[in-house]
Design a protein around this ligand. Structure first.
Ligand code: A2R
Length: 320
């Protein structure tokens, strides 16, 4: 029996590759040189019923258009702003992602950055390595997170997990999202107003046009000269030029950033700042969590082959 055809966008682990190949005839987009991909898809696109991709590559519009018989897109990662899910749903294409399995890891990354900025972990490490401790003595005192107020921007699955951890450190939680949630934390429908009441903001909304630059110059100014911004969502959520300006001018105290507007490019100005901690989009990047995400990506495709549904559809496709 011939197997259904799957287009793989991006790289996958050996474990995922084995599962794809057990169930599908696999075409890897990146095996074809970029200049020849459109022609390859024109020749083979009508055979393809499934796409496996990730949150970074998504499904480029030229690929979506070249697959007239596409039925399912399984994406590795919770954020799917690189996929036109509304357009896919209109064509009856199911899009799935990998929510929940990464909540703890991304929340840990947020806490890691938050503590690292307050306690100046990276400069302290450098102090030891470069001989500062022996030559100059004790490292300057840092700031405590205990008793501070943290504003969670986007109290969803990951945001709630971050809030639980923040409380364990003796800090208070407030939150901003489009709609209030059934929780006891103070809710702000206005992000700038919340920033004015917070010591730190942690961004964990989805990316995409709805959240582009919601953390702007006014929000950063409201957060203030002692304020700290943590971003583990998408680079597009923060106006990066405004962030650099606020940090350079001393209008903002510090930042912990895992995501950037033009990844993997990071502004040189940020790299020079001692009050900024930078990580290369590693929010969910542990062996354990990436395996769970990979398994769910594959499980969604297996489920689709079984009965035409997926386990974890994106909200836009829940009615299909
Ligand atoms: O839409 P609401 O009221 O339920 O709030 C959601 C919030 N959110 C926003 N908040 C403010 N302004 C917006 N324009 C806006 N759009 C959405 O973000 C909700 O509280 C939260 C998202 O939660 P979940 O859908 O449960 O997402 P999850 O699994 O926590 O992941 C969040 C993002 C991913 O999309 C990736 O970009 C990143 O974390 O890894």
């Amino acid at each position: 029996m011939t197997k259904p055809h799957l287009l793989q966008i991006g790289n996958v682990t050996e474990r995922m590759r084995a599962r794809f190949e057990a169930e599908f005839e696999v075409t890897r987009l990146f095996d074809t040189p970029e200049a020849e991909r459109a022609a390859m898809l024109a020749a083979r696109g009508s055979d393809i019923v499934a796409v496996a991709t990730d949150g970074h590559w998504g499904v480029p519009p030229y690929v979506m258009m070249a697959l007239p018989n596409l039925k399912v897109v399984s994406s590795y990662g919770v954020g799917y702003d690189a996929i036109d899910a509304t357009g896919a749903a209109a064509r009856g294409i199911l899009v799935s992602h990998t929510p929940d399995v990464l909540n703890d890891e991304v929340a840990d990354t947020a806490i890691l950055l938050w503590l690292a900025v307050y306690r100046r972990l990276v400069p302290a490490d450098r102090w030891v390595r470069k001989g500062g401790w022996e030559e100059k003595g004790a490292f300057p005192l840092t700031r405590s997170v205990k008793g501070t107020t943290v504003g969670v921007v986007g109290l969803g699955r990951i945001g709630q997990t971050i809030a639980d951890r923040v409380q364990a450190f003796g800090a208070k939680v407030t939150y901003h999202s489009r709609t209030p949630k059934p929780v006891d934390y103070p809710y702000f429908d206005n992000l700038e107003a919340m920033a004015a009441e917070c010591d730190a903001l942690v961004c964990i909304t989805p990316g995409g046009p709805g959240t582009r630059h919601i953390v702007n110059a006014a929000v950063l100014a409201a957060l203030g000269a002692e304020g700290v911004l943590i971003n583990v969502s998408r680079g597009s959520v923060v106006d990066e030029l405004a962030l650099v300006a606020a940090l350079e001018g001393g209008a903002l105290g510090g930042a912990g950033l895992d995501v950037f507007e033009a990844e993997p490019k990071v502004p040189d100005a940020l790299k020079r700042m001692e009050n900024v901690v930078l990580t290369p989009h590693v929010g969910s990047a542990t062996v354990e969590t990436r395996q769970a995400m990979g398994d769910l990506t594959c499980d969604n495709l297996s489920q689709f082959l079984k009965d035409g549904t997926v386990l974890t559809p994106v909200p836009e496709c829940r009615g299909l």
